[in-house]
Design a protein around this ligand. Sequence first.
Ligand code: PMP
Length: 373
Amino acid sequence: ARRFDHISPAAKDPITSVTEAFLTDPNPDKINLGVVFRESVSAAINSKLVEESCKLIYGGDSESIKEERFAGIQALSGTGACRLFAEFQRRFYPDSHIYFPNPTWSNHHNIWRDAQVSVRNFCYYRPKSKGLNFEGLISDIKNAPDGSFFLFHPCAHNPTGIDPTEEEWREISYHLKVKNHFPFFDVAYQGFASGDIDKDVMAIRIFLQDGHLVASAQSFAKNMGLYGHRVGCLSFLCDDVKQAFAIKSQLQKIARAMYGSPPVHGVLLVSTILGDQTIKALWTKELKIMADRIHGMRTILRESLEKLASPLNWEHITSQVGMFCYSGLKAEQIDRLARDFHVYMTSDGRISMAGVTTSNVDYLATAIHEVTK
Ligand code: PMP
C-alpha cells in the first residue's frame, strides 16, 4: 500500500467550512455571515505562505509543486510544526517509532514524548573524531523496523554543526528507501550553513530525486529574524492531489484543536519577502552575509586559541557549520567557564556563534584556553 492511502479527508469543521465555501464561491454578490472577517483574510494568507515555503525547500520548479502534490499548513514556528507532525504520526502510524540523530536539539525529545510517540536514536556524532559516525548511522537505518520515521536536520545540525556530505546523503536516502522509512526534515536554519538557500536543502532535493515522499518542518525564526512572530510551516509531499487534500484537512483538524488559527502578522512579512523576486534576492544576500559572519567569527575564535598556544586541536571550530559550535568542552570546564569567567553555554558544550562578537572573542578564547590548558 502507498504511504498515505489509509488517510481519509477529515470531516469538515462546521465553522471553518463556511469560510472555505465562501472563498471558493465566485459570485460577486456573495456574503459571508459565518465567521469574523479576519479569518477569511488569514486563510488566504496561509495558503500563500505554504506555497512559498514549499517552493523554498522543494524547489520552485519541482514536479511536486507544479502538480500541487503538497499538503501544508502554517505552524507556530519550527517547534509548532514538529509538534503537529508528532501528533500526525501518533494518529496515523500509532505503532511507529521516530529515530533522532544522537545528539539532537533537546526539544525534539520533549515534543515527541508529549505526543506519545516512541522515540529512539540513531548514531550521528562520533566524539573521538568530532565528526559524523556514518557507518553507525547507516547500520541503524538498516536495523530499524521497516517503515520507521527518521528525523534529519538537512543543514547546520543542532547541536553538532556537522552535516553529511552530498555523497553521504545519497547513501542515506538509498537506505531509507530500501527500508521504506519515512524521512522527516527539520529545517530550522536554511541559509545558515553555506549561505545559499538551495545548497542548504540539497539533502531534501536528493530525497525527492530518489522518489521519497517526505515531510518537513520549517522555521523562519532564524533565517528571517522573526523569532517572536512564530512563523513556520509543516508540509508533506504526496503521491497525488487527493492524498494532499486528505492530509491537509487532517492537519487543519489537529491544529484547530490545539491553537485554533495561527497569528497573521509575521506570516505577511514572510510571504511578502518570498513572493517578490527583488525582496527575496535582498534577503538571500543578507543570509549570505550572516553565514559569512558566523564563519568569520569561527575563524577568529580558532586562531585566537592557536595564538594562545593551546595544546588542543581546534580545527572543528571551523569545519563545523551553522549557528552552533560543538566545542567538545567537558562538564567541569563548562562549570569553570561560568564560575570564573562568566561565560555561559549549554551543558553539552554547545556554543551559539550568535553570542560571539569581535569585541568578546578574545576574552572567550582566553577563558577557554584557561580551562583547557
Ligand atoms: N529545530 C531545530 C533543530 C532548532 O534548533 C530549533 C530552534 N532552536 C527549532 C527546530 C525550532 O525553532 P522555532 O520554534 O523557534 O522556530
